[in-house]
Design a binder for this molecule. Structure first.
Ligand SMILES: *[C@@H]1O[C@H](CO)[C@@H](O)[C@H](O)[C@H]1NC(C)=O
Ligand SMILES: *[C@@H]1O[C@H](CO)[C@@H](O)[C@H](O)[C@H]1NC(C)=O
Ligand SMILES: *[C@@H]1O[C@H](CO)[C@@H](O)[C@H](O)[C@H]1NC(C)=O
Ligand SMILES: *[C@@H]1O[C@H](CO)[C@@H](O)[C@H](O)[C@H]1NC(C)=O
Length: 449
């Protein structure tokens, strides 16, 4: 009996070890790698439920999907050339200058990141995107199959930005989606480039000026939690080398990069889960100030995208009622800023307290955490339904975020009457004046704090 239990335990623990060693698939530790978190580390793969989103119910009415609009961040990517070089500088700074032999790998570590791949999608990023495309292809199967059967690729719109990583993401999403709709045999697709819609933050002078103040971040990095972390890491390494905030942040980034591309966790062993918590908070302060609720311009400048998504739904409603053709699926691929700024404008992931340098200890259960809200391939889907009837009041909209229902503040549920949602965001949809909002005035309306 005892030996059987022992054998069972042995098998169980070796399975656990095997699983945890597949770093590419599972990540490492608490997986709080902020914006460098792979999608699967936070949202492990699940079998999609066929047609789970093709229909819905609202207030006793049964509704059928008529339009879907998906906005996604690109998939996991290689770091920038600057980061690749900083990795080598960090190695050179530490090699041979520490005493803890647990970290001897540093001395022989070779930087194998090809600069020509900088900022491009990795194979993990391809997998994320094709998984997400496949998931929607299954969850909306009968709706999308019918749309494609009737109009071919004209039923859909694929858009990206001028950056190659967003076009690559569109490509891999498309592969995952189409194999559900048309087997292995489907035409090639080139996404259109829509920087005016998806990179609304480019050239927004007021936004650039207001968010360039990094005092709050420096305060946190200069504070007790962050400084204690630096000293603990130095003690753990057994080194007298002066580590800066930038060094420990680069170590954190190198760890996430090695997991995702090299399937290796060596660099991750230098930092603890508690330290990753601090490093993620540091990232989140920056996101709070530059992408969420630091300045109202960040929300206002998203209005071209709001207008685009809601006018697309308005048009779908009109065309569906009249029986004319329209885009059944709009699939757009942008950046971290694109999606996080938009979530902020929707009033999502907002805590009563701000994410700033002084309140780290109070914010452990905060709603915004980049590893959950902004990993690679983060995506938001609006699914429009017709609830048996014509006119705008017969339409509902459902929100999905990273494979899960998301509560729409306008009605307190993940599915609302379309007209209620449209009304709640009316200022962005029907009064968009991007040029004016982005013009810097002499009085920057600072709302930090
Ligand atoms: C990662 O490494 C682990 C253990 O060394 C191995 O089992 C796994 O197959 C590797 N994963 C990939 C995707 O190479
Ligand atoms: C920069 O931000 C800090 C808050 O962290 C604030 O105290 C300071 O006044 C800001 N500076 C400017 C020039 O707006
Ligand atoms: C950082 O801390 C030092 C010493 O505590 C202080 O002199 C310096 O002004 C601080 N810098 C910032 C940006 O808070
Ligand atoms: C050396 O590193 C290992 C692994 O992190 C750690 O457990 C150990 O405490 C370190 N040794 C010292 C003296 O800090």
């Amino acid at each position: 009996m005892n030996s059987l239990v022992n054998i069972a335990l042995l098998i169980l623990s070796s399975i656990t070890i095997c699983k945890s060693q597949n770093y590419i698939e599972n990540g490492y530790g608490n997986n709080q790698f902020s914006t460098k978190t792979s999608y699967f580390w936070t949202y492990p793969k699940q079998e999609p439920v066929t047609d789970s989103l093709s229909s819905a119910y609202l207030h006793g009415r049964s509704c059928a999907a008529v339009h879907v609009n998906i906005l996604s961040r690109h998939g996991a990517r290689y770091v920038s050339i600057d980061d690749m070089r900083a990795f080598s500088e960090l190695k050179d700074k530490l090699a041979g200058k520490f005493t803890n032999q647990s970290f001897d790998f540093i001395n022989t570590w070779v930087n194998n990141y090809p600069e020509k791949e900088a900022e491009l999608i990795t194979s993990l990023g391809e997998e994320e995107m094709s998984y997400i495309g496949n998931t929607f292809g299954q969850e909306l199967l009968s709706f999308l199959r019918k749309a494609y059967g009737a109009d071919g690729l004209n039923a859909f719109q694929f858009s990206a930005t001028r950056k190659l990583r967003t076009k690559e993401s569109a490509h891999w999403f498309y592969q995952g989606l189409m194999k559900n709709l048309n087997g292995q045999n489907f035409p090639s697709m080139t996404p259109d480039v829509r920087d005016d819609i998806l990179r609304f933050y480019d050239h927004c002078t007021k936004y650039e000026l207001q968010t360039s103040n990094i005092t709050e971040l420096l305060k946190f990095e200069n504070g007790t939690e962050f400084q204690k972390m630096i000293n603990d890491i130095k003690a753990r390494l057994g080194t007298n080398v002066e580590l800066t905030a930038a060094d420990v942040k680069m170590m954190y980034r190198l760890c996430a990069t090695e997991l995702a591309i090299m399937n290796n966790s060596d660099w991750c062993t230098i930092q603890t889960d508690k330290e990753r918590e601090i490093l993620e908070y540091d990232n989140d302060i920056e996101d709070y100030i530059t992408r969420l609720y630091g300045y109202s311009v960040t929300q206002k400048m998203t209005c071209p995208l709001f207008e685009d998504i809601f006018k697309g739904m308005d048009e779908a409603i009109k065309a569906y009622d009249q029986g004319t053709s329209y885009k059944k699926g709009v699939f757009q691929f942008g950046h971290s800023d694109t999606i996080v700024d938009f979530l902020g404008a929707m009033g999502l992931f907002k805590d009563a307290e701000p994410i700033l340098s002084y309140n780290f200890a109070n914010m452990n259960n905060r709603q915004f955490r980049a590893s959950r809200v902004d990993p690679f391939s983060t995506h938001l889907a609006f699914i429009l339904y017709n609830c048996d009837g014509t006119g705008i009041d017969s339409y509902a909209v459902k929100l999905r975020f990273n494979g899960q229902p998301l509560i729409i503040p306008a009605c307190g549920s993940d599915i609302c009457w379309y007209s209620d949602v449209r009304q709640a965001y009316g200022q962005y949809i029907y009064q968009c004046d991007w040029k004016n909002e982005c013009t810097q005035t002499t009085d920057p309306s600072v709302v930090v704090g």
